[in-house]
Design a protein around this ligand. Structure first.
Ligand code: GAR
Length: 192
């Protein structure tokens, strides 16, 4: 199963996938590329570190979405990599219809809350401020409705009285790394 990872920032989830692959835990996969919409994003440095194609593709002029030209650029480049699975791992842009249709059934997203609660930006902060006692992370199929596609798997995290938003974020990120690797491994087995 050929995988392309899209991200915008730190890339800790991309790192978890690349490390799992390196450790032989994702035997049926090939990580074909990393694409970022932020030129300075640390996720792009993982390319060199793990020997994987990594590329910045401009999504200008918008900050949180892709305009028509941006979508075209992304669709063309991703098609050239011919992936079976596209993993949105901290890709902070809304993906809309032509993009979704181009890769129907191949796009998954990682989100730092137990969807359908707390979709959109800052899922960790939203849950913390609301005062829920259990939050977590979700991997789901991407559809045209933001953070609302069919859920593949989730991991719960209990928010303890002594937690701050920072300690909660650390716990959620650790859970995300495990969950994403587990889901990708499962999908790769189903992929044959
Ligand atoms: C992750 O927590 C992911 O769930 C979140 O961005 C972070 C990326 O971290 N994604 C969203 O909030 C999408 N709505 P990373 O760059 O270290 O993998």
């Amino acid at each position: 199963m050929k995988i392309v990872i899209l991200g915008s920032g730190r890339g800790s989830n991309a790192r978890a996938l690349l490390q799992a692959k390196k450790d032989g835990k994702l035997a049926n996969t090939e990580i074909a590329g990393i694409i970022a919409d932020v030129e300075s994003a640390p996720i792009l440095q993982l390319g060199k570190e793990f020997g994987v194609h990594a590329e910045f593709i401009s999504a200008a002029p918008f900050k949180t979405k892709l305009d028509d030209d941006g979508q075209k650029r992304y669709i063309e480049r991703i098609k050239a990599l011919n992936p079976d699975l596209i993993v949105l791992a901290g890709f902070m842009r809304v993906i809309k219809k032509p993009f979704i249709d181009a890769f129907n059934g191949k796009l998954i997203n990682l989100h730092p809350s137990l969807l359908p609660s707390f979709p959109g930006l800052d899922g960790i902060g939203q849950a913390f401020r609301f005062g829920v006692k259990i939050t977590g992370c979700t991997v789901h199929w991407v559809t045209a409705d933001l953070d609302a596609g069919p859920i593949i798997d989730q991991s719960p995290i209990r928010i303890l009285p002594e937690d701050s938003v920072e300690t909660l974020a650390q716990k959620i990120h650790a859970a995300e790394h495990e969950l994403l690797c587990k889901v990708v491994a499962q999908l790769s087995q189903q992929n044959g």
